[in-house]
Design a protein around this ligand. Structure first.
Ligand code: PNS
Length: 183
């Protein structure tokens, strides 16, 4: 049998972890995953996917800026970086091998497990850690938040205040465009 030497273990506090996503926009669910990741890992890099083909409400820069404003309280332990291309390449580019994803429900699991397996196939060193969402956030998604906010609904329990204000601006802009269209 081939001899395998045990891998050196690393203390989580010295690990850089990547929390990737579209964040269109950041929700309380994302904020909770960031908050809890910071208590485990030394540094967290929030990787904001820059995907021009996806029909995003917020531009790449807007999404990055909103998250930066939210995480400024961590005084440098959380950074926000936009990326394109393969996640595993981005993870390596920031000297990490840890990906964090939140799981809301069993229905998330199929997609998330597939992504974790593909990423491992592409880069066997990269490990995916799943954090279970808090119950109060389990119904929240960026898609639902956008739908409600753009119809003028209250999303104050679903997103941080900085995102709520930005959504209100998008809603006002949409209202004035549709008013101009009626005239
Ligand atoms: O917030 P999302 O949209 O669920 O995040 C998905 C994300 C950005 C993590 C995923 O689409 C991704 O990693 N995209 C980068 C391209 C890539 O590496 N694809 C192969 C793994 S599916």
């Amino acid at each position: 049998m081939a001899k395998t030497s045990p891998r050196r273990s690393t203390s989580p506090a010295s690990v850089v972890a990547v929390f990737p996503g579209s964040f269109d926009p950041l929700t309380n669910g994302h904020v909770d995953i960031i908050d809890r990741s910071v208590t485990i890992f030394g540094r967290v890099v929030v990787g904001v996917l820059n995907n021009p083909s996806k029909n995003a409400l917020f531009s790449d820069q807007e999404r990055v800026d909103l998250i930066k404003r939210q995480v400024s309280r961590y005084k440098g332990r959380v950074s926000v970086v936009s990326f394109s291309g393969l996640l595993v390449d981005f993870v390596k580019s920031v000297n990490s091998r840890v990906v964090i994803r939140g799981l809301r429900a069993i229905s998330d699991f199929d997609y998330e497990a597939q992504m974790a397996l593909i990423n491992r196939k592409l880069s066997p060193d990269v490990e995916t850690f799943f954090l279970a969402a808090r119950e109060e956030n389990s119904y929240i998604s960026s898609t639902v938040v956008k739908q409600v906010a753009l119809l003028g609904g209250d999303v104050s329990d679903m997103v941080p205040p900085v995102v709520e204000r930005a959504l209100k601006e998008k809603w006002r802009a949409k209202q004035s465009v549709s008013r101009r269209g009626v005239r």
